[in-house]
Design a protein around this ligand. Structure first.
Ligand SMILES: [Zn+2]
Length: 54
């Protein structure tokens, strides 16, 4: 299995149990900040966050 590189805003790899996608708080889900790609989410506009308290 290939492990995809995580973006800085990700808590875990996509599909990890107990985690889910959330809107990137840095770019607000747009994937860009001004003219540049958001580095927190890698330009996807979404980040992976843990659900509940782990
Ligand atoms: Zn972002």
């Amino acid at each position: 299995m290939n492990q995809e590189p995580l973006n800085p805003g990700d808590d875990a790899a996509p599909g990890t149990p107990g985690t889910g996608e959330d809107i990137c708080p840095v770019c607000g889900g747009t994937g860009t900040i001004g003219d540049a790609a958001c580095t927190n989410c890698g330009g996807s506009g979404k980040v992976i966050h843990g659900i509940g308290g782990a």
